[in-house]
Design a protein around this ligand. Structure first.
Ligand code: ADP
Length: 452
């Protein structure tokens, strides 16, 4: 991490010449500008501007109709990009480059834009703090590594995707040695950027990797997550390879998850989820928090699984959950208690895919947990055994269509986020569905062109 003073010194020493000024968008991509360090130090550190369509476009940068926040009718004005100088850091994998993350402010009032993912999470974190808790989380991140570059794949080469490994590489130290040009550079790059990387490992599919970052306060964790994704892509690209964080890039292979580990702490640093006398060392507070997440799991699923593709990951027998139930150390349940009986006791939500927006995912989970605490909710009994086969267990929505309806109808999220935010992200989900309904795919042509 760097202070502005340290950035100036690094610039004067010829170490840094470029500052990326970035804000996470709805898809959690880093969007922004590259500043010459001199100009950033002169004025850019105070604020810059971007078109306000950045919180209303889809993955293809389409100007999507139906958002109240911005439109052609409103003229697509500007947002203020306000650097959060506490996030200023070097990016060791890009020569001479630093990064700062920004909050997005209304151009006229200078208030935070309600539909900005960072603002949405900050609001829930502040709510937890008002209740006397610091919310902490870790978002594990899985992804696939391919031999080909993005450029090679773009020219119709997606069918040629070659995973970097020929076999399931779960915990494999030999196979992952072959991936060290990427993974070592990633671990060291993140470490140099002030991101507390714990480890990387091979995952349970050919070409699949996982990277773990140490848990931290939720806003920092979401910041770490988006920078880690960017770093993984940039370092892979530099090596002529590519990576994907799609939840399910191939229906014949496992999907990629982003499990979210969560815990609440008192303002003076005591683990509020721990009660050594309770079942598995869980405090009454933790039980209420989990009860809230179970009760509202359907409503927050669109925040954990934002695309049509995300739902193809929820299939039986591949470690991705299909049921919103809880269990101790059971990987078939949507929610798992980890670190039982220790100060690391926490709940891991296993519903989210690697395609989630970490700001929205953490905000949704926290809002549901806090609703459980406020309502003094009772935690149901633990689910034992294989939850895939349990017909009684609460289902995770099977489609984005269902999840979007539940999001739209969520009184809990409307109270926590505001109607404008819920309506905005419901529209984002519906747009994905509309596009999916409209576009003719390779699969349809293969199946129907001759024989249909
Ligand atoms: P696993 O064996 O499932 O990989 P780890 O011990 O590696 O479990 O932890 C997984 C993640 O949980 C790590 O990113 C770690 O930082 C995080 N974690 C550990 N303790 C807590 C906690 N109290 N609250 C939230 N996350 C935590």
């Amino acid at each position: 991490m760097m202070t502005l003073h340290e950035l100036r010194a690094a610039f004067e020493a010829g170490e840094i010449d470029t500052v990326l000024v970035a804000a996470p968008d709805m898809q959690s991509r880093l969007m922004g500008k590259r500043f010459h360090a001199a100009h950033f130090l002169e004025s850019g550190y105070q604020e810059t501007h971007c078109c306000n369509y950045l919180l209303a476009t889809d993955m293809e940068m389409m100007t999507v109709e139906g958002y109240a926040s911005t439109s052609w009718e409103k003229g697509y004005g500007d947002y203020v990009m306000k650097p959060d100088l506490a996030t200023l850091r070097r990016l060791p994998w890009l020569p001479g480059t630093a990064l700062v993350l920004c909050d997005l402010l209304d151009h006229h009032t200078h208030e935070e834009v309600a539909v900005s993912p960072r603002a949405i999470l900050k609001r829930q974190v502040a709510r937890a703090r008002e209740m006397g808790y610091v919310a902490k989380a870790a978002t594990e991140l899985e992804f696939f590594i391919f031999e080909q570059s993005y450029e090679a794949l773009r020219d119709g080469g997606a069918d040629l995707l070659t995973p970097i490994s020929g076999y399931n590489e779960d915990y494999h130290l030999f196979q992952t040695s072959k991936e060290e040009p990427l993974m070592r550079a990633l671990r060291n790059g993140l470490y140099g950027a002030g991101i507390p990387v714990e480890n990387s490992k091979g995952e349970a599919e050919a070409g699949q990797a996982e990277i773990n970052i140490r848990y931290d306060e939720m806003l920092s964790t979401a910041d770490f997550h988006v920078i880690t994704k960017q770093a993984t892509k940039e370092i892979a690209h530099g090596l002529g390879k590519s990576v994907t964080f799609m939840a399910k890039y191939d229906h014949r292979r496992a999907g990629s998850s982003s499990h979210v580990h969560q815990s609440l702490w008192s303002l003076d640093g005591a683990p509020a989820f721990l009660d050594r006398g309770g079942e598995y060392g869980m405090s009454a507070l933790m039980r209420q928090y989990m009860a809230g997440q179970l009760a509202h799991a359907g409503e927050i699923t669109a925040l954990l699984a934002p695309y049509v593709n995300s739902y193809k990951r929820f299939c039986v027998g591949m470690f991705a959950p299909t049921k919103a139930v809880w269990s101790l150390d059971n990987r078939t349940a949507g929610f798992r208690v980890c670190g039982d009986g220790t100060k690391a006791v926490r709940v891991e939500c296993r519903i989210g895919g690697a395609d989630l927006n970490p700001y929205l995912a953490c905000a949704g989970l926290l809002a549901a947990g806090l609703a459980g605490i406020e309502g003094g909710m009772e935690l149901e009994a633990e689910m034992r055994g294989d939850s895939y086969q349990n017909a009684q267990a609460r289902e995770i929505p099977k489609t984005l269509r269902h999840a979007a309806d539940l999001l739209e109808g969520s009184a809990m999220l409307r109270a926590a986020f505001g109607d404008d935010v819920v309506d905005h992200y419901t529209r984002a989900a519906r747009w994905e569905i509309e596009e999916h309904d409209r576009v003719v795919t390779d699969w349809e042509r293969r199946r129907l062109l001759e024989r249909g």
